[in-house]
Design a protein around this ligand. Structure first.
Ligand code: TRP
Ligand code: SF4
Length: 448
């Protein structure tokens, strides 16, 4: 639906740069992000508009989430906010997603990334606390985040997250960090460590104290993919068992560590029997059990069952975290929507008058003259006003489709659209700002 500009990306995604990523299909291909165009979300109850409209364009391991929803098994959401500056419509997207997932049964965990903001943006922990408590969290509440099954925590205050970050680091080496993030000799160590803190965020929700091993979905912008890859690798690296198809097409359970091998194989055998696999060939020297009566489709089930026993055997039994990736909303000026360029962004605390002014001067996909537009039509795919409708302002798909078509046919003019967008944004902002007034008193219910 949106125009995909030709865009040369380097081989790295940099989570701390202000790059806008526009060639999403290329990102998918180069980094192995899975495509969402198969609509593997479509069995979710009342799918969110950002899913339906392809704004959330890709994922890693979403099947696990779909499976939990279908079978009504517990699953978690973990995401983080960088408390720097004011919250704008770009930031609103993640929380819209979170609120949707809360409505379909996920338990919600939100990290205030104060350590990351300190390490990478130069804010003090005090400043970030202020942004979180006065800017972000009240807006989250105003947008509809419920306190039930929901916790918001500060990275710097959570010992489990910090401990985990340190401990998990044991299985990540410097070459991997350099290859993933392009760190060089001049990078300070707090910055180097911040991805490990994020890995701690993502995986700590699976510790016993926070609900135990379960599928976890991390909804993020695509710039966060390096952290997702790191977390998935680390989760896997800490598993005690591997269940795989071997080169000669056998399905086998392998013990990944060198201690307690017999005990671990005994446990695996017991689990496999309980799943009614009986043709087992155990080869202790290979630290393996081959399952002759299993097929490839059984792997996930076996792996899940084994993972759940690992915490009793000295491991973590992490499920690899799943993730979804959304496109970024374009700023009103046509560049990135950014807090550092107020004219590019609509802030949730902007007065409706200011927001209208920004919309009125925004970059549309209209033709140079009215005659031309009537004759050749407009370009909704290149229009930031249309993007506002698509991402935030219009719920009804049919209504959105009608605007798209009438724009293309030259039946709709930009003035009309801008006026309509202004009316809708006024409603949205007034509502949020009204609800923000009562939100401050409720913050305590969310903080853990
Ligand atoms: N790094 C994220 C950002 O720049 C914030 C963040 C911290 C986060 N911890 C997280 C996001 C865990 C997702 C999951 O916005
Ligand atoms: Fe955008 Fe509307 Fe103009 Fe079409 S008519 S280019 S959708 S503002």
């Amino acid at each position: 639906m949106l125009l995909v500009l030709r865009y040369l990306i380097t081989m790295k995604i940099d989570p701390w740069s202000s790059t806008t990523y526009q060639d999403y299909s290329r990102l998918r291909d180069e980094f192995g992000i899975e495509d969402f165009s198969d609509e593997s979300w479509k069995n979710l109850p009342h799918p969110h508009k950002l899913l339906r409209r392809g704004v959330i364009f890709g994922h890693r391991g979403f099947q696990l989430i779909q499976d939990s929803v279908t079978k009504k098994k517990p699953w978690a959401i973990l995401t983080g906010l960088m408390p720097s500056g004011k919250m704008h419509l770009g930031h609103k997207m993640v929380i819209d997603e979170v609120i949707y997932y809360q409505s379909i049964g996920a338990d919600i965990n939100i990290a205030v990334a104060d350590i990351e903001a300190f390490a990478t943006r130069g804010y003090t922990l005090e400043q970030t606390k202020d942004f979180a408590l006065n800017e972000y969290i009240p807006s989250y509440i105003a947008l509809g985040l419920k306190p039930e099954k929901c916790r918001i925590y500060f990275q710097s205050k959570n010992e489990d997250v910090k401990d985990l970050a340190y401990i998990l680091g044991k299985k990540i080496n410097w070459s991997q960090m350099q290859a993933t993030y392009g760190f060089d000799g001049s990078c300070n160590m707090a910055h180097v460590f911040s991805p490990l803190i994020q890995t701690g965020d993502i995986l700590h929700v699976q510790l016993e104290k926070y609900g135990g091993n379960r599928p976890t979905l991390v909804p993020v912008g695509v710039d966060q993919d390096p952290h997702i890859r790191l977390s998935r690798d680390v989760a896997q690296a800490h598993r005690l068992y591997n269940v795989i198809v071997t080169k000669d097409n056998k399905i086998g359970v392998f013990v990944k560590i060198d201690e307690n091998v017999s005990k671990l194989l005994d446990n695996a055998e017991k689990i496999l029997n309980s799943l009614s696999f009986n043709k087992l060939k155990r080869i202790t020297d290979y630290k393996a059990i081959y399952i002759e009566d299993a097929v490839e489709e059984d792997i996930q089930k076996i792996d899940e069952k084994l993972a759940r026993t690992e915490t009793k055997l000295g491991g973590y039994g992490f499920f690899q975290p799943s993730a979804t990736f959304h496109r970024f909303i374009t700023g009103l000026t046509g560049e990135k929507m950014s807090s550092s360029k107020p004219e590019s962004a609509i802030f949730l605390t902007d007065s409706p008058k200011d927001a209208t002014k920004k919309i009125m001067t925004s970059k549309t996909g209209g033709a140079v003259t009215l005659e031309e537009q009537k004759k050749y039509g407009g370009k909704p795919d290149e229009c930031v006003v249309y993007e506002l409708f698509l991402y935030h302002l219009i719920e009804d798909d049919k209504e959105l489709q009608d605007i798209y078509t009438s724009c293309k046919k030259g039946e709709k003019m930009c003035g009309q659209c801008k006026k309509y967008a202004s009316e809708l944004i006024e409603k949205l902002l007034t509502d949020i700002q009204e609800k923000r007034k009562n939100a401050t008193g409720k913050i305590k219910q969310y903080l853990s």
